[in-house]
Design a protein around this ligand. Structure first.
Ligand SMILES: Cc1cc2nc3c(=O)[nH]c(=O)nc-3n(C[C@H](O)[C@H](O)[C@H](O)COP(=O)(O)O)c2cc1C
Length: 182
């Protein structure tokens, strides 16, 4: 059976975690991709996302500030790590006191990020959704002006790349699929 282009894209998309080259990731490219990505499903039309883009020129200062929230012995390592990508997109999600709405918001943000990931892949722009400990740190939230009713859903590390990593495969669906038989 031949796969549709979309099915191929879904399968071939990879997380690009290292090996970023020097080609600049521009604000214009990221905004173009986000213009499409925000057509993700969103319950109550809440569209519970906002974005903070950090380009290559501003990454060193950003990395220093975020790294400074770690214990001293980790700071150099974390600063270098945050300087590896060409740009970082901070995805900020609206939280809720109502668990149902929180879950719906995280679901919508996840769908939006997957859209972004696939569209970036089409443009040969590598990205990875990162959930490092710093995204949960109140000090980091303060530095980035994340409000009390918001959370950082992730740092999206971005960069163009020369080598596609090997795929990791998936557990066969048959191992995870049952039919309810009453
Ligand atoms: C919600 C979420 C959080 C993730 N957080 C991290 C992370 O903190 N660090 C990391 O290296 N990769 C992270 N990833 C990327 C996964 O490790 C990656 O998608 C997985 O290894 C499968 O590889 P593939 O995307 O290339 O198929 C995250 C992915 C998701 C969906």
């Amino acid at each position: 059976m031949s796969r549709t282009e979309l099915a191929k894209l879904i399968r071939e998309r990879r997380a690009i975690k290292k090996g970023y080259n020097d080609k600049k990731v521009t604000k214009e490219t990221v905004m173009q991709l986000l213009e499409e990505s925000i057509w993700a499903p969103t319950h109550g039309m809440r569209q519970p996302w906002r974005f903070l883009f950090v380009d290559k020129d501003h990454l060193p200062g950003f990395a220093k500030k975020i790294a400074a929230t770690y214990p001293e012995e980790r700071q150099e390592n974390r600063e270098n790590y945050l300087n590896e990508p060409n740009a970082i997109l901070v995805v900020i999600m609206k939280t809720s006191d109502i668990p149902k709405q929180w879950d719906e918001n995280f679901g919508a943000v996840s769908a939006m990020i997957q859209n972004f990931w696939l569209l970036a892949w089409e443009e040969k722009l590598g990205i990875v959704w990162k959930t490092n400990p710093h995204i949960y740190d109140e000090k980091v939230k303060k530095i980035l002006n994340v409000k009390d009713n918001e959370k950082i859903a992730g740092f999206i590390h971005m960069g163009y790349f020369d080598e596609v990593p090997d795929e990791k495969g998936r557990i066969p669906l048959a191992d995870k699929f049952e039919v309810f038989e009453g």
